[in-house]
Write a new protein. Structure first.
Length: 319
């Protein structure tokens, strides 16, 4: 069980108990409804809780207005509740507050039970909503800190990216099959996905949004896509290719210099030189040679884009 589940469980139990206790202490009718509203308004993040609470509060007020008018016009009968739903449901969907359909309609059934509407009843129902949403938001002011965990994720991801680039380079000179690293690539992609999910939650939980880490991981996601493209292109290049050492050195150098903007600029200059070098070589004579040459240029393109991302990220982080 991860810390998010534990935290949400504790917050839900605490907030619901406190809202029920306060509603009971104030002598409100249907005090248990405050606890139910609290449970429904606790989401995984502060941002979601605030948005959900606002929508449900607006929904409750609108439901009381529509329900009160319908019951006063058509009497406090069960069939009148159906008329209320015919009006309230489409209006909720139109206003995008359908999140509150269920709890708000439960509040309206209280009016049906009372058989009347007056200021005291309205105050009672609004107090239940205020207590329920209030405790949900107050307890969600606490959210587990994930900054250190995310930084560890990024360090591990960067280390794995360098390892993959180093392996890619060695496949061209050590007779290695690039496909044996397929599991490593899949794991790296999965790790970036998990870190992104955690960063989104962290971003929504912080009062001052943690957008820097989310941005950094988005850049790693793009680098991951380039690695996958490179992986496919390298499969087209024979392990015993004559110019393999040149390509191997530049790929390994990219991995080793990753994160150093000045060194990466030098590596990119070498890639541009190699691009010109391969364009000056005699044109391929066979379809197989043409496919190999095309794959080489694609590898250079991916490496160049990879370096551009690394340089941009380095500049942003230094601001």
């Amino acid at each position: 069980m991860n810390k998010t589940i534990i935290s949400t469980t504790i917050k839900t139990a605490l907030a619901a108990s406190l809202s029920l206790s306060l509603a009971s202490f104030l002598g409100l009718n249907y005090a248990s409804s405050a606890a139910i509203i609290t449970i429904l308004n606790i989401f995984e993040t502060r941002k979601a809780t605030l948005k959900g609470g606002a929508k449900r509060s607006l929904s409750a007020i609108l439901a009381l207005i529509i329900g009160g008018l319908v019951f006063e016009l058509f009497s406090y009968k069960t069939w009148a509740f159906g008329i209320y739903l015919l009006l309230f449901v489409p209006l909720s969907l139109l206003l995008k507050i359908e999140l509150g359909l269920g709890p708000s309609s439960v509040t309206v059934t209280h009016l049906l039970s009372y058989g009347q509407i007056n200021p005291s009843i309205i105050k009672n129902e609004l107090a239940l909503v205020l207590i329920g949403t209030g405790f949900a938001f107050l307890t969600n002011l606490y959210a587990p800190e994930s900054q250190d965990e995310l930084k560890d994720w990024i360090e591990d991801i960067d280390r794995d990216i360098k390892e993959v680039l180093n392996f890619f380079g060695n496949t061209l000179v050590n007779q290695l099959d690039v496909e044996i690293y397929e599991d490593k690539i899949r794991k790296l992609e999965a790790d970036i996905g998990k870190a992104m999910d955690l960063a989104i939650v962290e971003n929504d939980n912080r009062i001052h949004n943690s957008k820097d880490i989310l941005r950094d991981l988005s850049h790693r996601q793009i680098e991951m896509d380039l690695l996958k493209e490179m992986y496919e292109d390298l499969k087209e290049i024979p392990r015993a290719y004559d110019e393999g050492k040149l390509i191997s050195d530049i790929i390994i150098d990219t991995g080793e210099k990753l994160g150093d903007a000045n060194e990466m600029i030098k590596v990119k200059e070498r890639i541009e030189y190699l691009n010109k070098h391969f364009r000056m070589i005699d044109l391929p004579q066979t379809h197989e040679d043409f496919a190999i040459r095309s794959a080489i240029f694609q590898v250079f393109r991916s490496l160049s884009e990879f370096i551009d991302i690394s340089i941009d990220l380095n500049k942003i982080n230094r601001l």
